[in-house]
Design a protein around this ligand. Sequence first.
Ligand SMILES: *[C@@H]1O[C@H](CO)[C@@H](O)[C@H](O)[C@H]1NC(C)=O
Ligand SMILES: *[C@@H]1O[C@H](CO)[C@@H](O)[C@H](O)[C@H]1NC(C)=O
Ligand SMILES: *[C@@H]1O[C@H](CO)[C@@H](O)[C@H](O)[C@H]1NC(C)=O
Ligand SMILES: *[C@@H]1O[C@H](CO)[C@@H](O)[C@H](O)[C@H]1NC(C)=O
Ligand SMILES: *[C@@H]1O[C@H](CO)[C@@H](O)[C@H](O)[C@H]1NC(C)=O
Length: 302
Amino acid sequence: MSRIFGFLVSLVCLVRMGVPSHKWSMQVPSDVTGEAGGGVVLLCTFTHPHKYYDGMITVIWRIREPYNGSQVFRCVVHSSSDHCQTAVSYKGKYKLLGNPRHNNISIKVDNLTWADGDRYFCRVEFAGDVHDRYESRNGIRLHVIAAPRIVNITVLPGPDHIFSARCVAEGEPLPSLTWTGPSAGNSTSTYSQSHQITTELHALAQDGRYTCTATNSRGRAEGSVYFYKFRAAGDSSVLLTLLFALGIKLLLLLVMLGAVVCQSRVHSAAQETLSRPQVQESNYENLNHGNNRAPPVTAAMQ
Ligand SMILES: *[C@@H]1O[C@H](CO)[C@@H](O)[C@H](O)[C@H]1NC(C)=O
Ligand SMILES: *[C@@H]1O[C@H](CO)[C@@H](O)[C@H](O)[C@H]1NC(C)=O
Ligand SMILES: *[C@@H]1O[C@H](CO)[C@@H](O)[C@H](O)[C@H]1NC(C)=O
Ligand SMILES: *[C@@H]1O[C@H](CO)[C@@H](O)[C@H](O)[C@H]1NC(C)=O
Ligand SMILES: *[C@@H]1O[C@H](CO)[C@@H](O)[C@H](O)[C@H]1NC(C)=O
């Protein structure tokens, strides 16, 4: 009777704890979004085939490609200790959050810049056997987003006393730019490169203030330049043009419709990330580099 009872108890325990998985695997989200200047957590947990392991553990994070990408973070947990000693933390931006002894090697990346938008791969190595190491092959795609910022706004002289106004802004998603002013609606040209976008308003015809507004889903920013043409007294044919390319100097960088709106969106973005299904990887260290790589995940942002 008591034996049957004991058997039932252990069966229930087994079911509740989950059948131990006697294999290496890694669980990572496929995409994570963080705001420029802020921080973001890259989650990574693993399973291993050992019932019990208290030896040395090495934690490694790479960027760009698995197995061969450059290491941005590395730390080592020595035997029977919980503390992971950091050996590499590129620019001091990376910090371990998880506990490797509890199969968690999640890290935090601080002070995000555009350059941090990349794919990240986590890896864990146990001491001894060469088979006791495993690396995530799918990787985590980190998207860095930012509210618009006016980088530069200025009036440019052209031939024949014709002037144009130029506005450079950055942001992710790429902001859209519009001009308002006394003779806005005239011809403009726009071009962009990675996170920067430039627009020029050609042939300024009237004096006054020209305002460039940059908008994306994270917020809005604007900047203005003042443009005045004076005719020299007595000689109306000579144009003396005075430019107040005050640009950024004077200009109110009226940032954003709302830090609040932004904030709440970041939160929802973060939650979205957390609730995404985790990618379960295969049993064995998957060493065939190159040709079978997962295609880069395209950004899907609001
Ligand atoms: C790994 O990196 C080295 C040097 O960065 C390069 O020469 C080599 O071709 C790379 N191997 C693979 C499989 O990408
Ligand atoms: C791993 O560690 C991170 C950071 O402490 C935590 O947010 C996450 O919930 C942990 N994951 C698991 C499965 O325990
Ligand atoms: C964040 O990064 C920028 C650019 O790399 C650097 O100038 C700044 O000092 C960093 N700030 C912190 C708090 O690390
Ligand atoms: C803005 O652009 C003008 C014209 O190209 C340049 O002279 C000026 O240095 C720029 N200012 C900044 C802050 O980049
Ligand atoms: C720009 O607008 C002014 C007046 O608003 C007009 O005289 C001029 O022809 C316009 N130029 C172009 C290129 O449309």
